[in-house]
Design a protein around this ligand. Sequence first.
Ligand code: ACO
Length: 170
Amino acid sequence: QALLPPGHVIRPLSKTDWIVRDNTSFLSTLEVLTTVGKISYAKFQERFDYLKQHNDHYYTIVIEDRRRNEQGSAETDLAPLGQGKIVAAGTVVVERKFIHELGKVGHIEDIAVRADQQGKKLGQRIIESLMSIGAAVGCYKVILDCSEKNVPFYEKCGFERKGVEMGWYV
Ligand code: ACO
């Protein structure tokens, strides 16, 4: 937490992060990546419950800005935990393999920092946390796919180019 801007916390996704506060929510944060579409609170909670039941596979974290205004960061200026603005998010999915003696691989997915919050190291903090989770649960490597323009960002986070990404869209 010490490396985050004042009033910011990094924490697991919560079941109420669907709720829109100050025009921000978890789902609207993901819109910097691609189309999210309309997802009802019930459907969000259904997906959340699935992830929760598989919480040794899926680790989704968010950065919450608890400040009620840009200036304030004293405890009295902060919204209760869970009631601030979601400004960044990311996931690591832990794959169980047979190779490497039943090794585990972490796959980093859906890294998103709200457009007006980019360049403040929030993305880097999300990646560092996901790398720590991967290491803590015993992954022998953590990998990800990204576009060419994001390569310098991931290199700053300690990743290096490996192989070629391929895709098949149904
Ligand atoms: N080119 C060069 N350097 C970059 C870039 C870039 N495109 N993006 C960040 N950096 C550098 C920063 O300058 C900083 O360097 P410094 O330590 O020398 O100051 C360092 O990387 C860390 O940058 P952050 O401030 O942590 O970056 P930010 O918070 O803006 O997050 C991110 C980066 C996640 C790419 C964000 O811009 C974003 O959400 N973009 C839109 C969505 C996206 O592309 N997500 C990634 C998809 S890939 C995936 O999910 C696996």
